[in-house]
Design a protein around this ligand. Sequence first.
Ligand code: A2P
Length: 272
Amino acid sequence: MTVMLADGRPMPRLGLGTWPMDDNEARQAVTHAVSLGYRLIDTAAAYGNEAGVGAAVAQAGVPREDLFVTTKLRGSHHGYDAAMRGFEESRVRLGLDYVDLFLIHWPLPDRDLYADTWRAFVHLREQGLARSIGVSNFTPAQIERLAGETGEWPVVNQVELHPGFAQDDLRAWHAGHGIVTESWSPLGAGSDLLGEPAVADVAVAHGRTPAQVVLRWHLQLGAVPIPKSGDPDRMRQNFEVFDFSLSEEEMTRLGGLNGGRIGGDPDTHVEL
Ligand code: A2P
């Protein structure tokens, strides 16, 4: 249940999202998730819960190398030196020797510092402190600029993705450049996605919940969803998605919902 990143490292196919949990909620949720079999945990400096995530990882009872911890650099730390500092602050809050995946949280093109930030990321990877490096909420043009200036491609772009915002063109572009698509808000939080008749129909046909068929849609696209839940039953449901398949027709039906973007736009988003 892993996908191979372009840098040769395996990444779990599904993980736990932790926004907007506080430290205490994150510690409890991550502890429970690991006991259910989750191995990928997604946090960010901007979430304010890295200490809670780190405390759970330290006590998870599974070897550190079996876990895949992602965190993200916040906007206040764009630029080479600030990014190096921001990483170290995250690493200390997490209480880890290294993180598995470090992402630039948003490109913030108005500041025009993401290419310098990326140079720091390459350095962190060379030092082994960030095992893999990637971006979040980047457009192809922004990624091409990183690659053009440094010769280094991100291995992951974590973006808003759900059946209401299927991002066909972006996913195809990622695939053509060896970039894994990671899905934030995979369940379309804040929209009515899970109540859509098409989702309900497919769920009933498989004897599954709406969330399970939506997560299955992500997996069959080759995307890595990180559903957030602090509820033990939902966390269990969200992980039990590896033992059934959607038909091509069902995939098309779900992907055609077209509700639109819920969160920020990479070209205009100015703060975290
Ligand atoms: P809760 O944390 O109370 O379980 P996303 O990951 O797309 O951002 O979605 C997160 C939202 O979806 C949260 O509000 C979460 O609520 C809810 N959620 C997570 N898993 C499920 C599920 N299996 N069924 C219904 N809602 C869910």
